[in-house]
Design a protein around this ligand. Structure first.
Ligand code: AP5
Length: 189
């Protein structure tokens, strides 16, 4: 099973949910830039102050800030033997910067979680009720989806061109069903 894995997919596809579970199962850190950025906002760091309004609008935090944050995180001891990236890279520039940090050919597998837009919006609107996340309102959700299609979806083409297989996984169904599909496709690679 690959130990340097990136999760791709639109907002609400289940990247965070599945990445956390898989990371525990295979014993590598789950590195989520969304979680790290929200922690910076909560802590009131300079990065958090800069990121807060951008995140609330569903836009992307500038590449240089996110790359520096991930570079620092990947330098920690627990990432030496592998990691599971969730929400990063999100632009071609971030993917190229990541390759420069870890070395091209180091990433082993990309898992692409897929779900239709109605289901994505339904899940995120439900989370707005359950958790009150700042960027889970309908306008911002639509913008996050637009930004995903424009900025992040091109990575689905980038990775195979750089020798990294992209494994599509149906993100519909229960969390257990989706997890079982992910484990099954990874077992084949
Ligand atoms: P981030 O936190 O990465 O948000 P996102 O990509 O919009 O992802 P989500 O958390 O909404 O969706 P997910 O696919 O992880 O699904 P999840 O498992 O949570 O980023 C937030 C913001 O930070 C960005 O908009 C940007 O501003 C900034 N940012 C982050 N990274 C950046 C970067 N690299 N560069 C620049 N800016 C960056 O599930 C969603 C919901 O669905 C949950 O409530 C969950 O319980 C539920 N759910 C999950 N699976 C199922 C299922 N099978 N059935 C039913 N419900 C389910």
């Amino acid at each position: 099973m690959g130990r340097r894995i990136v999760f791709l997919g639109p907002p609400g596809a289940g990247k965070g949910t599945q990445a956390e579970r898989l990371a525990r199962a295979i014993g590598v850190p789950h590195i989520s830039t969304g979680v790290m950025l929200r922690q910076n906002v909560a802590d009131g760091t300079d990065l958090g102050l800069e990121a807060q309004a951008i995140m609330a609008a569903g836009e992307l935090v500038p590449d240089d800030l996110v790359v520096a944050m991930v570079d620092e995180r990947l330098g920690q001891d627990d990432a030496a033997c592998g990691f599971l990236l969730d929400g990063f890279p999100r632009t071609l520039a971030q993917a190229e910067a990541l390759d420069a940090v870890i070395g091209e050919g180091t990433m082993e597998i990309a898992v692409l979680l897929e779900a239709d837009e109605d289901e994505l919006v339904r899940r995120l609107m439900q989370r707005a009720v359950d958790e009150g996340r700042d960027d889970d309102n309908e306008d911002t959700i639509r913008n996050r989806l637009r930004v995903y299609r424009q900025e992040t979806e091109p990575l689905v083409g980038y990775y195979p061109e750089h020798g990294v297989p992209v494994l599509p996984v149906d993100g519909l169904g229960t969390i257990d069903d989706v997890f079982a599909r992910i484990v099954a496709v990874l077992a084949e690679h």
